[in-house]
Design a protein around this ligand. Structure first.
Ligand code: AMP
Ligand code: GLY
Length: 427
């Protein structure tokens, strides 16, 4: 099979690595890729949000199967363009991708499906939004309706913070994404990520994870795209996962079918769990990053078979084969991230690292310059390891981190702390 992956981050490096483990892969092209991906696959410079160009490229290169990594091409309809050109694709249509690209769409689907989520209201004007905040009080959550690169959510602990957030959003701080604002009830509890493959009809859970969104140890400081993740998420027990499938995932998928926009691809449900009840925080229409890196190390070659069966509508015949294992991914970022940072610092020590089915250093934002690997983004490396316990995986990952020579890099030492706390059983 000739395969193309769209994207160029750590998520796509881990997808490429897993696909390459599978003998069914004859040729792999990743667009645009990065310096780490270039070491295992062909990279192609391509505007991955231009569906016409992507479909033409796929046809010209006899690509049999395309896996879409990030949400932006999906929201732009790239999966639709590929299918229209007769190319098999893993990833939802633009209509189905509204589950990530519009917060109010997702809330409407939840209401229609009876899926538990935070109470909400939608506003297109400032004054009614301010009045609603005064009426509801704090804490309260303010969300720009559209895609805002993970930055459009403000969890306001005070009314003043909430009022300032709507002022900013209607003032254009998030561009078009903030022209509509969703205001939600604040949910307390513990968050976990649940990944389910859906072929339109059948839904197959492929794993759970928890990520650390804050830059600082102890989950403090500004939000980032994610500074680390581990899988499985101990809080999401089999019973809770089944409850989430029954009350949230399957009703959502049925509602999408009823609307004539069945969902095909991976559905990433962000859940808030309190008192044994999961509620939906949000959907994403792609794998999480860095959650995917931990998941791919655990799933390995079978992930290609699963994604391929998903795209062909054959999930009812598939099973996920789990080892009883744990994986963790530690993000190394450029100092200054998620604020301003400089690019171009040299990363040494990568060549000597052992890379196998237990430990992989996935590249998120790297480039080659004068024969050296240099930092080329905010999140730069995803040091990922697997073990029979989370502790073993964690120790292996940090041994790798410590052998990377990159003085300008920063990372958190405490990825997985919640699951590794002394009072948490079985780790
Ligand atoms: P989202 O982009 O919707 O996932 O929101 C980003 C983060 O904001 C989530 O991962 C939660 O930590 C937090 N969050 C979003 N909505 C709520 C809510 N209704 N209650 C509490 N926290 C929330
Ligand atoms: N790690 C969070 C996300 O991918 O959205």
């Amino acid at each position: 099979m000739n395969i193309m992956i769209l994207g160029g981050g750590g998520r796509e490096h881990s997808l490429a690595w897993a696909v390459m483990q599978n003998p069914k892969c004859d040729r792999l092209i990743v667009a645009p890729g990065n310096a780490g991906i270039a070491a295992i696959a062909e990279c192609a410079a391509l505007d991955i949000e231009d569906g016409t160009a992507v479909a033409q490229f796929a046809v010209d290169n006899a690509i049999d199967f395309v896996i879409v990594g990030p949400e932006a091409p999906l929201a732009a309809g790239v999966a639709d363009d590929l299918r229209a050109a007769g190319v098999l694709c893993f990833g939802p249509s633009a209509d189905a991708a509204h589950l990530e690209s519009s917060k109010s769409f997702t809330k409407q689907i939840c209401d229609a499906a009876g899926a538990p989520t935070a109470a909400w209201a939608r506003f297109t004007e400032l004054d009614p939004a301010r009045a609603y905040i005064r009426e509801q009080g704090a804490p309260i959550v303010i969300k720009a309706d559209g895609l805002a690169a993970g930055k459009g959510v403000i969890v306001a602990m005070t009314e003043d913070e909430a009022l300032a957030a709507v002022d900013d959003m209607f003032g254009g701080a998030f561009g078009g994404a903030g022209a509509e604002v969703v205001i939600e009830e604040f949910m307390s509890g513990e968050e976990a990520s649940f990944f389910v493959l859906c072929d339109g009809v059948t839904a197959l859970p492929v794993g759970t994870a928890q990520d650390h969104k804050r830059i600082g140890e102890g989950d403090t400081g500004p939000n980032t795209g994610g500074m680390g993740a581990y899988s499985p998420a101990p809080i999401l027990t089999d019973a809770l996962a089944e409850l989430a499938m029954d009350t949230i995932i399957r009703p959502t998928l049925a509602e999408m079918v009823a609307r004539g926009t069945p969902y095909q691809g991976v559905l990433y449900a962000g859940l808030m769990i309190e008192n044994g009840i999961p509620r939906l925080v949000e959907y994403n229409v792609r794998f999480g990053d860095p959650e995917c890196q931990a998941l791919m190390l655990r799933l390995g070659a079978q992930s290609l078979d699963l994604m391929h069966a998903c795209a062909e509508g054959r999930l009812a015949d598939m099973q996920v084969h789990w080892a009883d294992d744990h994986a963790i991914s530690v993000v190394m970022a450029s100092a200054g991230y998620p604020g301003d940072y400089t690019k171009g610092s040299v990363i040494r020590g990568l060549d000597g690292l052992t890379e196998d089915s237990h430990q992989m250093t996935f590249h998120a934002g790297t480039a080659q310059a004068d024969g050296q690997i240099v930092a080329n983004g905010g999140r730069v490396l995803n040091v990922t390891a697997r073990g029979t316990t989370l502790r073993e995986a964690r120790d292996r990952a940090y041994r790798l981190v410590d052998s990377i020579d990159w003085p300008e890099g920063v990372f958190r030492r405490d990825i997985g702390w919640r699951a590794l706390a002394p009072d948490t059983a079985s780790n």
